[in-house]
Design a binder for this molecule. Sequence first.
Ligand code: ADP
Ligand code: SF4
Ligand code: MG
Length: 377
Amino acid sequence: MSMTESDFTSARPRLDTVPAGDPRDRGGKAQPLLIVENLAKHFPIKNGLFGRKRGAVRAVDDVSFVILKGETLGVVGESGCGKSTLARLLMRLMPLTDGHLVFDGDPVEALRGLSLKEFRRNVQMVFQDSSSSLNPRMPIIDSVAFGPRAHKVKRSAARRAAAALLEKVGLSPAMFGGRYPHELSGGQKQRVNIARALALEPRLLILDEAVSALDKSVAAQVLNLLRYLKRHLNLTYVFISHDLGVVQYLSDRILVMYLGQVVEIGPAADVYSAPKHPYTQALLASQLSMDPGRRIEQAPVSGDPPSPANPPSGCRFHTRCPFSEAVCAAKAPAFGDAMDAAIHLARCHLTDPTSGHSLAGSALSSLRITAPETSAA
Ligand SMILES: Nc1ncnc2c1ncn2[C@@H]1O[C@H](COP(=O)(O)OP(=O)(O)O)[C@@H](O)[C@H]1O
Ligand code: SF4
Ligand SMILES: [Mg+2]
């Protein structure tokens, strides 16, 4: 093959089937696309031989938030904090330990609500590992047509729809339709995965580390494609990544997870410019530390996170927090109304003047963990 990836992928996707409004919209803009209430997933830890339960990994623990129509909600946090488990719960790919979902006003799997099947059609997912999610023995046009075929769409119609989708993601169906996954680059495979996820015309797309395995320039192209598709197809995104830079590029709001909990949520501009939780401040500071032009002396958060099978008492971050006091281990910080998407919330005693923390209510900016050049300036 003499052409490079950019020769193929810089082609502007064709979007001739753009819907004017979304006839599927029920409650209007003011009604969240998805309400997530008290979501929990505890994986049992069993003893070998008799399989007796001896504890649980609290991968997602009482998580509540809303996803607004048309927004990109970025989800960040260290590896193991529960991001992928949350993604799978949002798609209902595994049973919930607790909690429930309301999709555009309809409770999911409740009496007179949406069935799981109806719900799943509206929510699709793109994973990091682009190779393993495509069948190596299937031409990509058939991989993209697979979902509609499973929903009883005739073969010829499903293939036509698949060809249109390949076009939408910037891959010429004539050139790529008959190819097999091993004949594609990583970026092209991820485009096919996006086409596949779009095949059932979902309203919500969950992207779990979807560009994390790609080279920077290819990742940037795929991110631009995602922005473009979102505008034209009335999509809403949950964009999950451990890379704060990538999340910042795409997101309207940010949700920060630590040990299975939401520790901060708010408009992206607020979270990035004035993070309230010491953990978010540390994540942002460590992002700066990876930038060679703005190196900082020491890692802002030391050590690994504790095990989600045995989370610390009180504030789960107290074992690593530079501002930890006795009250932090004794009492779990309050969290405000996570159903109000406009407010910027943090699960930290510092933000609550009545918490009993000696620094509570002090100007938060003076507590910011910043790179030396910013603090020295
Ligand atoms: N199927 C599973 N069984 C048991 N533990 C799991 C399972 N899936 C994830 N976990 C645990 O749940 C926690 C959260 O994992 P995960 O959601 O993959 O985090 P992240 O995507 O943020 O890296 C981790 O401690 C992980 O080991
Ligand atoms: S509650 Fe205490 S330990 Fe937890 S983040 Fe706030 S200051 Fe740190
Ligand atoms: Mg993950």
